[in-house]
Design a protein around this ligand. Structure first.
Ligand code: NG6
Ligand code: CA
Length: 513
């Protein structure tokens, strides 16, 4: 029998929990799941860079072999209406890690490689929240959220603040994009493999150093360039921006998938005995597309297809590591992409000529940089063998919802105002409810906005000098017109006005300085 005093100690706690639970149930939106016991599975986000809705076999692609992603889809839930918040990288990743729509905050557009960290150290973050739940937290791969304080990072010194100051215990980063300098990795607080006698300098203004640039020496390039990308030549590829020094630390593009996957596997191995959260942010299939020689020609769809095969290999290697360590059953794996696909993104790599009928966005209209569904609707596979039954879900969910959903999963309470745009869609992510969120703001990652209300889609009036979308706005009924071909704005003025108002109201709420 328990001593009386202990029972008394427990009782008030139980009453508090019961009352708290009832209040939560009353406040909860109708489609959220009933409060379940908190769980702490390992959580791994496998985020590809610019992978399209139609790029994998799991999403109907028939040209590019993706056996590991398809295997993951067979054992998990395949979402057909999941979204990144924005159709470019920095804003999309900002939202994923903070639970806040990026356009609420200044300075969340595509960042140069020497930008300062754009996440406030006081802000609630997904990794910080999970760390509070007892997780070991790590990020391996593309960061692109800036590093260092005002003025940017000191590449030759202590690089902080960075991921370790906003919730991660470990980081191994490509600081920005593969096509931006500096072309070096950062591990924790310093450049990986830097020789102090060969310091790094970076410029996004005037050219620096004596190394050849793509602009002046196109004959030295192994792939031509279309737009920009004519700065310092590193590894035979000219980049956006200029850099000098750091030779021993420079990455080899063809080894990047191996290097990053090794670091991810190392993080898993170091944390097998406690819950861990790994954000694995692959470089593939972003430009420059430079597959390791063993993947060259593997897709039959040119270099873009080959680097998708390479990403699929990374996924398989991580899945196999989990199996070998007996972690597969209790690990939640979420595979997605930061934005829609793009074919020509600044290098002449023949990606367009070698599509051979492959449709990167599948049945969707638009690509990266657009506010059509192809810009933000991304693959999302959620697998957790011990808990989630395999299947398909049409629930509307966004990557911005991960913070609130995983807080609910792990029993963490978010402070008022934290992760303000994150909706708890845990029941949908677990396949326990067919419903996710009802509304969603879509953003091209540059300047244009769209809005989803159920299956209705509104695109704001395009008042730019060269409009791409309707000058009076555009309304689509995605239930009948997934490809956004039939603009109903003129036929349905009242509905159009209502959605425009709803979008306006969303954009006006809780702006951050
Ligand atoms: C653009 C680059 C593009 C790519 C993109 C970022 C030009 C002309 N284009 O500015 O190549 O790097 O930024 O991609 O410079 S993202 O996936 O990180 O958003
Ligand atoms: Ca991207």
């Amino acid at each position: 029998m328990k001593p009386l005093a202990q029972s008394f100690r427990i009782l008030p706690h139980r009453i508090t929990a019961l009352v708290g639970g009832l209040v939560c149930l009353m406040l909860a939106r109708p489609w959220t799941s009933p409060a379940a016991a908190p769980a702490t599975p390992n959580i791994i986000i496998l985020l590809a860079d610019d992978l399209g809705f139609g790029d994998t076999g799991a999403y109907g692609g028939t040209k590019i072999p993706t056996p590991n992603i398809d295997r993951l889809a067979r054992q998990g839930l395949r979402f057909t209406d999941a979204h990144a918040t924005s159709a470019t990288c920095t804003p999309s990743r900002y939202a994923l890690l903070t639970g806040e729509y990026p356009w609420r905050k200044q300075g969340t557009g595509i960042l140069p490689g020497n930008a300062a960290l754009i996440i406030d150290q006081q802000q609630t973050t997904l990794p910080g929240m999970l760390r509070g739940a007892g997780y070991a937290t790590g990020v391996v791969g593309k960061w692109h959220l800036g590093l260092g304080g005002k003025g940017g990072p000191d590449w030759n010194g202590d690089i902080r603040p960075g991921p370790l100051e906003v919730g991660f215990d470990y980081c191994f980063l490509q600081p920005a994009t593969g096509d931006r300098v500096p072309c070096v990795y950062v591990e924790d607080h310093g450049v990986f493999g830097l020789d102090p006698k060969d310091p790094i300098q970076v410029s996004y203004g005037k050219p620096i150093g004596n190394e050849p640039t793509g602009k002046e020496h196109p004959e030295l390039l192994r792939m031509g360039l279309h737009l920009g990308h004519d700065g310092t030549i590193i590894n035979g590829i000219s980049r956006i921006g200029f850099m000098t020094g750091g030779h021993a630390a420079r990455w080899k593009d063809e080894d990047k998938a191996d290097v990053l996957t090794d670091k991810a596997v190392g993080f898993i191995q170091r944390n097998t005995n406690r819950p861990f959260f790994l954000y694995f942010a692959a470089h593939d299939p972003h430009v420059p597309r430079v597959p390791h020689p063993r993947f060259v020609g593997r897709s039959g769809c040119g270099v873009r297809g080959d680097v998708i095969v390479e990403f699929d290999w990374c996924v398989g290697r991580i899945m196999d590591e989990l199996t070998a360590r007996h972690l597969a059953g209790n690990t939640m794996l979420l595979l997605s992409s930061d934005n829609g696909p793009v074919i020509d993104d600044g290098y002449d790599d023949h990606a367009a000529e070698e599509l051979h009928g492959h449709a990167p966005a599948g049945p969707l209209r638009g690509y990266k940089y657009t506010v059509y569904e192809g810009g933000t609707r991304v693959p999302l596979i959620v697998s957790w063998p011990d808990r989630i039954r395999p299947g398909e879900s049409a629930a509307l969910v966004s990557l911005v919802d991960f913070t609130a959903s995983f807080a609910a999963l792990t029993g963490q309470r978010l402070a008022p105002g934290a992760a303000p745009d994150s909706v708890n869609v845990l029941a949908a992510l677990l396949g326990e409810s067919p419903r996710g969120r009802e509304q969603l703001v879509e953003h091209d990652g540059l300047r244009m906005f769209g809005y989803r209300d159920g299956m209705w889609k509104w695109i704001e009036a395009d008042h730019r000098p060269k409009p791409v979308y309707g000058t009076n706005g555009a309304l689509y009924n995605l239930a009948q017109d997934l490809g956004e071909t039939n603009n109903l704005q003129a036929a349905e003025p009242a509905r159009s006005a209502r959605l425009a108002d709803q979008l306006g109201a969303e954009r006006r709420t809780a702006p951050r300085p």
